[in-house]
Design a protein around this ligand. Structure first.
Ligand code: EPZ
Length: 419
């Protein structure tokens, strides 16, 4: 087990390169199952979640080759069973269901484990597969889907918390090889969904409307290989942008796409940070005085739930009351109790966290719990005076490539130590 040891209280200064988006690359890799021809995905971040997805594809029979930030996948012959062992480690692996059903007309994928941010239902994924004509049952912890034919249909894919990102990806991939037209209403509009549609269209699919709540997929008989460069990671960019503001620093995010994080940049400006958009990136600069700001997480293009914990740390440094409301997940406030150990003053009121700032943070040992909560603890350690030890940082390595190296490049005193 590794920890990150941070000597905080130093502003971040300099430029950092933003890696490819984890949440784009996982469905992109799943989409390679839709063709027997080789596919090349570029700008792939070096993350444990990506390694896992590569192992799942290999377990399904695909040839997977990692070369630096490029992955070549040739799914010449695939079997339709994705076992429990790897799938349980990563919720994102559920997105092999759609491609396997599209390619083989049958699939057995282990039910993804829940995770610490709340139950992670897949009812909407299954609703989509059934709408295409699949018979779907749950047997011994596996989703078993089988279809003599896949036929396009019109379906509403919205859930109680709004659209589903991976559900939209799964149905889009199965529908790409179905007969006829599928119309998805209340589809997720995330940039990662658009990136997947672009890749599928490069493979010969016929998808229109990605990025809007209505996506139209006209099925084709087969797909061919393609090359694709993943979009930059908007959540990594948001994490560094918030860290720059929280540490009173100035950071340039090389390769970030500002139009993918307008809600975050809007809130950073409201909180008093300066944001300067440039071709090929953006710069975030703190100002002397932060202002309290209310944030509610929403589906894209609203404020992303994956940046909620990080924003909460910034609000501990703004004088006044900030209310942060989580509308996407039931329990995504695990970071609150750990932040309190560093001196934060936050009370939970149902779906909202009431942050009373500004509170000086002082270093202490803390425990990472989920990917984005760990990012919040890291930012808090960078702000806190003294030493903070963030334990179990395997959570961080799932979603942030070389995070300690990148932070050292911005002047932070961060070391990775083996416990
Ligand atoms: C994707 O998860 C991301 N993961 C998550 O990022 C992100 O938080 C989430 O989208 C929301 O933006 C990947 O892309 C790999 P959802 P996904 O289906 O697709 C409910 C991170 O930190 N729901 O959009 O699994 C669900 O419970 C991760 O990088 C149903 O009710 O999320 C949640 O409340 C964490 N039924 C809401 O919808 C379903 O069938 C949004 O979930 C599916 C989802």
């Amino acid at each position: 087990m590794y920890s990150l040891v941070i000597q905080g209280g130093r502003p971040l200064h300099g430029a950092v390169s933003i890696s490819g988006a984890k949440n784009a690359v996982l469905p992109l890799l799943a989409a390679t199952l839709l063709t027997r021809e080789p596919c090349v995905i570029r700008r792939v971040p070096n993350l444990t979640d990506v390694t896992y997805m590569g192992r799942i594809l290999a377990e399904l029979g695909a040839k997977v080759k990692f070369q630096g930030d490029t992955i070549t996948v040739t799914a010449n012959r695939v079997k339709g069973v994705a076992g429990y062992d790897l799938v349980r480690k990563m919720r994102g692996s559920i997105c092999v269901l759609g491609p396997l059903l599209g390619r083989l007309r049958e699939a057995q994928v282990s039910l993804p484990g829940g995770c610490i941010i709340g139950p992670r239902p897949i009812d909407l994924h299954l609703k989509g597969m059934r709408a295409l004509g699949a018979r779907v049952t749950i047997e011994k912890g596996f989703v078993c889907a089988k279809a003599r034919r896949l036929v396009g249909s019109e379906l509403f894919l919205g859930g109680r918390s709004g659209p589903t990102v991976l559900g939209t990806a799964n149905v889009m991939m199965a529908a790409a090889l179905a007969e006829g037209v599928t119309v998805l209403e209340s589809a997720a509009c995330e940039p990662e969904v658009v990136d997947l549609a672009d890749f599928l269209n490069a493979m010969g699919a016929n998808i229109a409307g990605a990025g809007s709540p209505t996506i139209r997929i006209t099925g084709v008989p087969e797909l061919h290989g393609a090359e694709h460069e993943a979009i930059p990671d908007r959540i990594e960019a948001a994490t560094f942008a918030i860290a720059a503001a929280a540490t009173q620093g100035e950071v340039t995010l090389r390769g970030a796409q500002p139009q993918h994080l307008t809600a975050v940049l809007d809130k950073l400006q409201e909180a008093g940070a300066k944001v300067d958009r440039q071709p090929g990136g953006l710069t975030v600069k703190a100002t002397r005085r932060l202002r309290p700001t209310d944030v509610t997480t929403q589906p894209y293009a609203g404020f992303p739930t994956d940046a909620q914990a990080q924003m909460m740390v910034l609000m501990t440094q703004a004088p006044g009351i900030s209310i942060i409301t989580e509308r996407i997940y039931e329990s995504r406030f695990m970071h609150v109790s750990e932040l309190a150990r560093l001196g934060a003053n936050i009370t939970l009121e149902g779906p909202s966290a009431v942050v009373k700032g500004a509170t000086p943070l002082s270093g202490a040992p803390v425990m990472a719990s989920d990917l984005r909560a760990s990012a919040a603890l890291l930012i808090a350690g960078l702000v806190a005076k003294g030493e903070t030890r963030v334990k179990r940082i395997y959570h961080l390595d799932r979603g942030y490539a070389k995070i300690d190296e990148k932070l050292r490049g911005l002047g932070a005193k961060v070391e990775r130590v083996q416990e």
